[in-house]
Ligand binder design. Structure first.
Ligand SMILES: *Cc1c(COP(=O)(O)O)cnc(C)c1O
Length: 402
């Protein structure tokens, strides 16, 4: 048996958490720092959010908004979330059915821990956001991943994208299915699920009496005049859906960790029961600032999507010119590529050598998969960076061909 601190720690960790000891994001970011590489691995913006939001939060700290806020969140933020859902999606949300959480991450964890235990199953698409598998493992439930598979256009013209096979989705459901965890717009693939796909997911959830938990943190980052469709807007779905979002992505404040969840009263109460013993509350000075920011004019929201779309194009074009197969990113901070045309068979291998070789860091899609073969040749790049940073990254990527 291994000796020393590492071996000791490995023995201490409960078995269900052992597959989740390190995150590739921290490792890749460390490698990027060590090599001076441009970090297109981790998805955080390199500019700050709206100045009014930053000033409000700073003023709140200065004026003493620093103690425990109410358990469910401050009334102004819960009302602002309800109003945001009405304004953008026509959803009728009772502010009392909004729960403020420590980022979307805690909302997801509290929902899964509240609703699932050993013997229960959670259906989700893979690749998936990395907290999903770890959270499901913590709950003792079983993950039932459904692949989002690359779809290569038949005309050879349109950029390829990702989709699930309806039969594979159907086959993942069983009487043990408690939760369907859906992320749209989807990290890492940039897939935006359409009404037809969401309808099928909803029908299956209803058939098996499962709760749909939707992670919509990229709701305002949809491109090419596409639309984000919240699951809760589909007929009959509001009564079995927990809708989750967060200020982190929308307002470029990923370090603030203020999110929220809303849904039917009894489901939100269940989530609250778990949430209160995870963190109790958080983000007192941030909550009123975010409440005000949610009321920013439409131009803020449309400007955000437009600006990111330009960055998506800049990076996608550069990756294509560098020889990658580039998938269409319809939303989020991310674009996925296939490294096969560059002569590589393994995205992870390329990612470990990329910072040293050309000074750019990215993450392999295989780390978002329980079936590593699914993302073997795929690599994710983040484009939520300043244009000059992306331009420099593109110029470095050009060296891969040479
Ligand atoms: C960034 C991200 C989150 C985490 O949101 P926080 O509010 O920072 O906790 C959740 N889900 C997805 C898909 C993300 O990309």
């Amino acid at each position: 048996m291994a000796r020393g601190p590492a071996g000791y720690r490995a023995r201490m960790l409960v078995e269900r958490m052992r597959p989740f000891t390190s995150t590739i994001f921290a490792e890749m970011s460390a490698l990027a720092v060590r090599t001076g590489a441009i970090n297109l691995g981790q998805g955080f913006p390199d500019t700050d959010g709206p100045p009014s939001l930053l000033a409000d939060a700073a003023a709140n700290i200065q004026s003493g908004v620093n103690q425990y806020p109410p358990g469910p969140g401050i009334p102004e933020l819960r009302a602002a979330v309800a109003e945001h859902q009405r304004r953008f999606y026509g959803l009728d949300v009772d502010p009392d059915a909004v729960l403020v959480t420590t980022g979307a991450t805690e909302a997801i964890a509290a929902a899964v821990l509240a609703l699932c235990g050993p013997g229960d199953e959670v259906v989700t698409f893979q690749p998936y956001y990395d907290s999903y598998a770890a959270t499901i493992a913590l709950s003792g439930a079983t993950l039932r991943p459904v692949p989002l598979r690359p779809q290569y256009g038949s005309d050879g013209q349109a950029a390829p994208d990702f989709a699930f096979d309806p039969d594979e989705l159907r086959a993942a459901f069983s009487p043990r299915t408690r939760v369907v965890l859906v992320n749209t717009p989807h990290n890492p693939t940039g897939t935006v699920l359409d009404r037809e796909q969401l309808t099928l997911i909803g029908e299956l959830a209803a058939e098996y009496d499962a709760v749909v938990v939707t992670d919509e943190v990229y709701e305002h980052m949809v491109f090419d005049s596409g639309r984000h469709v919240p699951m809760a807007t589909l007929p009959g779905m509001a009564e079995r859906t927990l809708t989750i979002s967060s200020a982190g992505k929308t307002f470029s404040v990923t370090g603030w960790k203020v999110g929220w969840v809303h849904g039917p009263g009894e489901l939100v109460s269940a989530v609250r029961a778990a949430k209160q013993f995870l963190t109790y509350v958080s983000g007192a000075p941030f909550q009123p600032a975010i409440a005000a920011a949610l009321g920013l004019p439409d131009t803020f929201y449309s400007g955000l999507a437009e600006e990111l779309q330009g960055k998506r194009d800049l990076l996608s074009d550069g990756l294509r010119a560098a020889g990658f197969t580039v998938f269409r990113s319809a939303g989020t901070y991310f674009v996925v590529t296939d490294v096969t045309p560059l002569g590589f068979g393994d995205g992870a291998e390329l990612c470990w050598s990329l910072p040293e070789r050309i000074g750019v860091a990215a993450v392999p899609v295989s780390v978002f998969c329980s079936d590593p073969d699914l993302g073997r040749t795929l690599v994710r790049f983040a484009f939520c960076k300043r244009a000059e940073v992306l331009t420099e990254a593109v110029s470095r990527l050009g060296a891969l061909r040479g």
